[in-house]
Design a protein around this ligand. Structure first.
Ligand code: SAM
Ligand code: SF4
Length: 326
């Protein structure tokens, strides 16, 4: 069992397959001078399998593939198929651009739910946020998943003055469509020019929804990062991820592996443990995994202050989101 000094059992691993991406979301990808990791530095498919297998032997029962964009990796198909042979719940977070090429793989791997990022329902704003003209492709791929009875969770990073005006359009989408919309508070990472005045808080989000809809609170699961809601009679649901104003760290069960094989015990941890180099040297990675989690800070990597308006984002020691794996 993987357990930290605060007695939290860790059984959920998020594996980043690459820091590369076919979109350029300004809140995620640092400026143009960012150099992607060379492929020799990335965990290879067999190494991902070996590391995953070690985590599973220690009690991990859920793995999510992420990135960067996991589906731009040439061997993503092999990696998904390999991992689907383990007795775990396998899932995926993607920007949706390449999903149509992976629908058979997703079905064969028995993945029943996919998280897709979509911050706007307007094609021109999509281009503004991602610097790519792929709105229709992502939209069509969401429909493709729904047609295949795969549950779709839509991640929306809400930023003041950018897409906060669209919150109720996302809620309207849930009226006839069984999608689950997850509104995420904008978080600070290296190079993403986070500003406290761009944060649209959980309370702001609910307040906006209340101007047009009434909602009912749904029950959250023990390790959920989300607070879930439904508008009565709507087919879909929605949730808020309030990392900035109301973190959910006390029940955290998450561990992360960057594409270059470094383990992080928190999205905001500054310390990393190099599992890939140890594996390549033939060393036992079990003590490294256990030791990494043991030292997990109680909350948000120990790097945040309570009042986010006082937060000095440049002082947070971390990677950019694209290099961590969200
Ligand atoms: N490329 C995939 C995607 O976009 O879904 C997977 C990786 S992405 C880093 C994972 C999630 O992190 C996405 O839902 C994205 O919106 C979210 N994310 C990235 N930067 C963020 C930030 N600064 N604050 C909040 N969420 C962020
Ligand atoms: Fe790429 Fe996802 Fe980051 Fe957007 S949020 S740049 S799609 S990794």
């Amino acid at each position: 069992m993987i357990i930290d000094k605060h007695n939290r059992i860790h059984n959920y691993l998020r594996i980043s397959l690459t820091d590369n991406c076919n979109l350029r979301c300004f809140y995620c990808m640092p400026d143009a001078d960012y150099s992607f990791m060379p492929s020799s530095q990335l965990m290879q498919a067999d190494e991902i399998n070996q590391i995953a297998s070690t985590f599973i032997s220690l009690g991990t029962n859920k793995i999510r593939l992420t990135g960067g964009e996991p589906l731009v990796r040439k061997d993503a198909d092999t990696i998904i198929k390999n991992l689907s042979a383990f007795p775990i719940k396998l899932s995926l977070t993607t920007n949706g651009v390449r999903l149509h090429d992976f629908i058979d793989t997703i079905r064969e791997a028995r993945i029943t739910s996919v998280n897709i990022s979509l911050d706007t329902l307007q094609a021109n704003k999509f281009q503004l946020v991602t610097k790519r003209n792929n709105f229709k492709r992502v939209w069509d791929n969401i429909q493709l998943l729904l047609e295949n009875n795969i549950h779709v969770k839509v991640n929306v990073v809400v930023m003041k003055g950018i897409n906060d005006g669209e919150i109720n359009e996302f809620i309207e989408w849930t009226k006839h469509t069984p999608v689950h919309i997850r509104f995420i508070e904008f978080m600070p990472f290296t190079g993403n020019r986070w500003m406290d005045d761009k944060v649209f808080t959980w309370q702001d989000i609910l307040g906006t929804i209340e101007t047009q809809y009434s909602w009912i609170k749904l029950k959250d699961e023990t390790n959920d990062t989300t607070k879930k809601y439904i508008v009565p009679r709507h087919k879909g649901t929605f949730a808020v991820i309030s990392t900035i104003t109301s973190p959910f760290c006390s029940t955290c069960n998450r561990m992360r592996l960057t594409a270059d094989g470094k383990m992080k015990n928190c999205l905001f941890s500054k310390d990393e443990t190099d599992l890939l180099s140890a594996l390549r040297k033939g060393e036992d990675i079990v003590p490294l995994i256990l030791g990494n989690v043991k030292e997990k800070a109680a909350e948000r990597g120990g790097q945040f202050v309570k009042d986010f308006h006082q937060l000095q984002a440049v002082g947070i020691e971390n990677r950019s989101m694209i290099a961590i794996g969200g």
